[in-house]
Design a protein around this ligand. Structure first.
Ligand SMILES: [Ca+2]
Ligand SMILES: [Ca+2]
Length: 444
């Protein structure tokens, strides 16, 4: 379907719909019944972090070595792709597509210890075939798929270790997947079966999703799926075999008489049992954004509260921690909650977050924004260790996104995190963990 990554950060900033990315067709060609597109995406980032882990230092996840508090690194990737459609009849076409990702990490490796200087490789990203018959589409293989805003299902591949480019995260495709979609105007529904990569825990999600656009006033959605763990038992901290996930959402809701106000909300539960535990977790958010269209710089102010349940008893047979499964990334804070906290410290489980945002448009191509996040643990434990206080940290970011053309998107940001009681206790330090980030994405 669509792959957003950091490209869409600015598209969303300009209030363009997600489908705008379809406009970014690369080199297109048509020959009789065959039409296709070849495209190339290139991305790069230069990152500089200080007082990593609040002064406790960066821990390499593989060697457990502490590499100090000053971590600087660079990431690059290239992603060439091709899409083909061959019409056998006016209403029936064969479809095929594929792409490669070549990524690398240079310098000290990322601040979370997920990648090192030498990490990076070339691998197949998408590779699928299928057909379109009227309003029906069937595709199978390696492909991208996203539900809603990527709250639960979007990124099927965790970019870590030998993948390289942890922060840019160019890999998102699901493996050994099948997708049957019915696109009937305002009503869109899909049946899916998707396998994630081993870094994410190697599991399969099988279910169905439905979206209904109600007169452009709100898009209502619902999803139900089952999770099967395919990797070795105990390979991930959270168990998930046999889990059932149910999700309802209302996105881009307009309030009658208040066109400047946009509301978004979603609610999800994880139920069922397997691997000796009962699943009993929940996650939800509610967000309001207000756009001042007639004020200089057309500011948009926003507030969001997000809850990812935690587990008050890690020793019993009830797993109450929300499992983020294959959450994705579409824009600042969604669903990488805090560029520092979300990348290196908390991963959408056992977490409550208040988010205050302000975005302004300096001109057609420049967006200046700021976001302030306040983090609490939902239950008094962090990665399995007990803590005395729920208040975890505050993160702030100031970002400048520059999109001189539809093809090129660049971003400069400064992010800083102040530890609160829980983070101070966990890391034994109280410095401000900061990150200066510069990145670009170019798509032909
Ligand atoms: Ca990824
Ligand atoms: Ca429990």
């Amino acid at each position: 379907m669509v792959s957003m990554m950091r490209l869409s950060r600015t598209l969303l900033a300009f209030g363009l719909p997600l489908t705008t990315q379809a406009v970014l067709a690369g080199y297109t060609f048509e020959d009789g019944n065959l039409k296709g597109e070849a495209n190339l995406t290139a991305g790069g980032a230069i990152l500089s972090t200080r007082q990593v882990n609040f002064g406790a230092g960066r821990i390499d996840l593989r060697s457990r070595r502490n590499d100090g508090t000053k971590i600087d690194w660079q990431e690059f990737y290239l992603k060439p792709g091709v899409k083909l459609e061959y019409a056998l009849q006016p209403d029936f076409s064969l479809l095929a597509g594929g792409s490669l990702v070549a990524a690398t990490t240079l310098g000290d490796g990322d601040a979370g210890g997920f990648t090192r200087r030498s990490d990076g490789e070339v691998s197949t990203e998408e590779f699928y075939g299928g057909f379109r018959a009227g309003e029906w589409t069937f595709t199978a293989g390696r492909q991208n798929y996203m539900i809603g805003t990527g709250f639960i299902v979007m990124d099927g591949d965790l970019d870590q270790f030998k993948d390289g480019a942890y922060w840019l995260a160019p890999r998102t495709a699901f493996k050994e997947s099948a997708l049957l979609a019915w696109d009937h105007g305002a009503l869109k529904t899909q049946a899916f079966s998707l396998r994630t990569d081993g870094d994410l825990g190697d599991f399969r999600m099988t279910g169905a999703n439905l979206d209904y656009n109600l007169a452009d006033q709100v898009t209502l959605g619902a999803m139900a799926m089952k999770v099967n763990a395919l990797g070795p038992k105990g390979a991930t901290p959270l168990r998930r075999d046999g889990m059932q996930v149910y999700n309802v959402r209302a996105l881009n809701a307009k309030v009658p008489g208040v066109p400047a106000l946009t509301l978004n909300a979603e609610y999800a539960v994880e139920r069922g049992h397997g691997e000796g535990v009962d699943y009993d977790a929940e996650a939800w958010y509610a967000q309001a954004d207000y756009a001042f269209e007639n004020v200089p710089l057309t500011p948009i102010i926003g507030y969001r509260y997000t809850h990812f349940s935690g587990d008050d008893n890690l020793a019993d047979n009830r797993q109450a921690s929300w499992d983020p499964l294959s959450k994705g990334y579409v824009d600042w804070g969604t669903w990488l909650v805090g560029d520092v906290v979300g990348n290196y410290l908390l991963f959408n489980s056992n977490e409550n977050v208040q988010q205050f945002s302000l975005k302004t448009h300096l001109n057609e191509t420049l967006t200046l924004g700021t976001i302030h996040y306040q983090f609490w643990l939902d239950e008094k434990n962090y990665m399995g260790a007990a803590v005395n206080d729920r208040r975890f940290a505050d993160e702030s970011v100031v970002f400048l996104d520059w999109a001189p053309s539809r093809a090129l998107v660049t971003s400069l940001s400064y992010n800083w995190v102040k530890p609160m009681a829980a983070a101070k206790q966990v890391f034994g330090d109280d410095q401000t963990f900061s990150a200066l980030e510069m990145s670009f994405t170019y798509r032909y």
